[in-house]
Design a protein around this ligand. Structure first.
Ligand SMILES: Cc1ncc(COP(=O)(O)O)c(C=O)c1O
Length: 394
């Protein structure tokens, strides 16, 4: 029998994150800082809105682009946050998380062989979305020396006649970096100079610390060439409800809508009703979770630095990205040993792209108790291998 699996599916790289979850799942008493989802349960009023939608018999499809009440709620929310106006009828699409929106965005703009500048280290699905849509990801590295911000120069160095788009994801998973307005402007300048689309994944937009988030489409002349992707998974602790959205100028959005209609029909109905409640009445819960993340962020960053795991200050999302340079190990070896010896799961930075090597990702979307336990074990690990002593006396 021949191999029925397509070359395209064979060529897709398996997620580097999965492997650690598989090992950890087979062990007992593992403390994990590996997971990139809130440890909070969806806010009560939001859950109740989802339940009520079922109780009221709203169990059918919605409009393909999403229930109009939700599209209006999304447009209103964006207007409140950024003063940016999208037409809910033609410029807003409700998706099955940003995960679906990634693929739609790529499929809507790419012809076979078109290149997308993918800023990394980045979320594992970014390059895969480009490839699944027939495009070619061209990686643009970022560096801790520049707080993992992409520069116009680094983008320009990778331009070819096939370059069609730039994919940025700030606040960043895995680094926790944000992109300052000045750096955003550099991206915008390149987009304009080379006539590119910008896909800006802003799923962590509400999780920024001591800075204001800038929606990329608000930059001068960027509205017409920007697809912004966001959703409720992270800000509202709603990963399982599967609600995301895309906002874009009409020609692009209508292409995405067509793809979405054939692929999905409509996003989960109960999730959509819960999302309306979240966007309209979820601010208090967002603020409470934000405050808790910020507390953990300070604690985890200080603790890593104390252990000699130099950690730049993450200003967004819920990840810390410390360097393991002190240990002389590569990131895979470090994470493997840490898991086997101390039963702490973190993810090697290289799983998010070549420029993530030499770092690891630790999520603080985990209880304080869990974080403290993980750090205690890591301290023991560093001491046993002679690194902690080195750090303290250095
Ligand atoms: C940067 C980033 N984008 C998108 C997603 C996908 O989120 P969802 O499909 O739940 O909206 C994630 C999830 O981890 C993420 O970290």
């Amino acid at each position: 029998m021949r191999n029925f699996v397509s070359q395209a599916a064979l060529n897709l790289r398996p997620s580097g994150i999965r492997k650690y979850f598989d090992i950890a799942a087979a062990m007992e008493d593992v403390v994990t800082l590996g997971i990139g989802e809130p440890n909070f349960v969806t806010p009560d009023n939001v859950m109740r809105a989802g339940i009520a939608s079922i109780e009221h018999g709203r169990t059918g499809y919605t409009a393909n682009a999403g229930d109009i009440a939700l599209r209006r709620a999304i447009a209103g929310y964006i207007e409140r946050l950024y003063g940016l106006t999208y037409n809910p009828l033609t410029q807003v699409l409700v998706t099955v998380g940003v995960s679906e929106a990634f693929w739609l965005a790529m499929k809507a703009i790419l012809d076979y062989g078109d290149e997308v500048l993918v800023v990394e280290p980045c979320f594992v699905a970014n390059a895969a979305a480009v490839e699944m849509a027939g495009g070619v990801p061209v990686f643009v590295p970022t560096y801790v020396e520049n707080a993992f911000q992409v520069t116009g120069k680094d983008l320009e160095a990778r331009m070819t006649p096939r370059t069609k788009a730039i994919l940025i994801s700030y606040p960043s998973n895995p680094t926790g970096a944000i992109l300052t307005r000045e750096h955003m402007q550099q991206v915008a300048n390149i987009a304009e100079k080379y006539d590119l689309v910008v896909i800006s994944d802003e799923i962590y937009e509400r999780l920024v610390y001591g800075v204001a988030h800038v929606n990329f489409a608000t930059l001068p002349n960027m509205f017409e060439r920007t697809i912004v992707l966001s959703g409720l998974s992270k800000s509202f602790a709603m990963t399982g409800w599967r609600i995301g959205y895309a906002t874009a100028p009409e020609p692009i959005l209508s292409a995405m809508k067509k793809l979405h209609q054939y692929l999905i029909m409509s996003a989960p109905t109960m999730g959509q009703y819960a999302a309306i409640e979240a966007l309209d009445n979820g601010e208090e819960a967002v603020r409470a979770m934000h405050a808790e993340y910020d507390k953990r962020r300070r604690f985890i960053v200080d603790s890593f630095n104390e252990l000699g795991l130099a950690c730049f200050e993450p200003r967004g999302a819920f990840y810390a990205f410390p360097s393991i340079a002190l240990t002389g190990m590569d990131d895979e070896t470090f994470c493997d040993l840490l898991l086997r010896e101390e039963r702490v799961a973190v993810i090697p930075g290289g799983a998010f792209g070549a420029s993530g090597r030499g770092f690891f990702r630790a999520s603080y979307a985990s209880s304080m108790q869990n974080i403290e336990k993980a750090l205690e074990r890591m301290g023991r690990f560093m001491q046993r291998h002679g690194f902690y002593h080195h750090a303290v006396t250095a």
